[in-house]
Design a binder for this molecule. Structure first.
Ligand code: C2E
Ligand code: MG
Ligand code: MG
Ligand code: MG
Length: 278
């Protein structure tokens, strides 16, 4: 705790912290009922192919519409759900929702579009995670190549041996594996060598600074080259302006995602957006 403006300040922080902790406890309890209460909603953010300018796939991003607090960010509630274990149930809901959405879009004949979902540490470590994915794919009857699973470096590091095996098993089903937020953790080249990865997503902090700072630009170029050398597709996340997009095209980054193109939006709005854009 910082005590920069005399004793009162400390007291104020302490009170605020106590309140936050209490609020977190309440949220944790509510999280366990949120699935049943239909408080979750899936948003989708498109990814674009830099060569064709067309939508290549969608990322499914979870939203919790709390009855009192309104929309709560996954940055705030996913860690709580990890702690209580309700992430398992939530993750299962997300998986099912994403597969149903793939099927929906496919049967509407609009496009056959891959969807990626994000996995947290506990989800990936969960016993039977591979059969859960396999079963859901079978139940919905989708092509398994249309499902992608995004995992961050830190999530991959939790239990390296188990993780490698799980990822290989998922790949065997036909699911594509994405390393998310790449460059922010240890970024060991060992991962790229030993993990069965199909796609690398360059973390948005490098994209944010690439126009102004040479070093960030060099990191971006290096990840693109390295990823492609390893036979992976490279995606830039957090693309917010034209200059970033222009550079990424110049460096032959495969795909882009970010507010410049679209924020995450509900599935119904994606339909409309897709028809316009493709
Ligand atoms: P992520 O997977 O790295 O997702 C990218 C985040 O950046 C999303 O935040 C997205 O809305 C945001 N974003 C996209 N484009 C831009 C941009 O141009 N500028 C900026 N500033 N931000 C952009 P969101 O939706 O709040 O999700 C936050 C994180 O929560 C995700 O990061 C992911 O790690 C996690 N998450 C989201 N949905 C799920 C889920 O269903 N399950 C799990 N386990 N984690 C999830
Ligand atoms: Mg992601
Ligand atoms: Mg990311
Ligand atoms: Mg991120």
């Amino acid at each position: 705790l910082v005590k920069n403006k005399g004793g009162n300040q400390y007291y104020f922080f302490k009170q605020e912290m106590d309140r936050d902790i209490r609020k977190n406890y309440v949220l944790m309890a509510e999280l366990s009922k949120a699935t049943l209460n239909h408080e979750f909603q899936m948003f989708y953010q498109p990814l674009f192919d830099t060569k064709t300018g067309r939508i290549s796939s969608m990322e499914a991003l979870l939203r919790w519409k709390h009855p009192v607090y309104g929309y709560i960010s996954p940055y705030d509630f996913i860690p709580l759900a990890e702690e209580t274990g309700s992430i398992i149930e939530i993750g299962q809901w997300v998986l099912k929702e994403a597969c149903n959405q793939i099927k929906d879009w496919q049967s509407q004949g609009i496009y056959s579009c891959a969807v990626s979902i994000n996995f947290s540490a506990r989800q990936l470590q969960q016993e039977g995670v591979v059969s859960a994915v396999k079963d859901t794919i079978q139940e919905t009857g989708i092509d398994s190549h249309l499902l992608k699973i995004e995992v961050t470096e830190s999530v991959m590091m939790v239990n390296v041996e188990t993780t490698i095996n799980t990822l290989y098993d998922l790949k065997e089903i036909g699911v594509q594996i994405v390393i998310d937020d790449f460059g922010t953790y240890y970024s060991s080249l060992q991962y790229l060598k030993n993990f069965p990865l199909d796609i690398i997503k360059i973390d948005r902090c490098f994209i944010r600074d690439m126009v102004e700072h040479t070093k960030d630009r060099e990191v971006v170029k290096m990840i693109i080259d390295l990823g492609q050398q390893f036979g992976m597709k490279v995606v830039a996340e957090g693309v917010e302006n034209d200059e970033q997009y222009r550079m990424l095209k110049e460096y032959q980054c495969d795909e882009v995602q970010g507010y410049l193109f679209s924020k995450p939006i509900p599935a119904e709005e994606v339909n409309h957006f897709f028809i316009q854009r493709s």
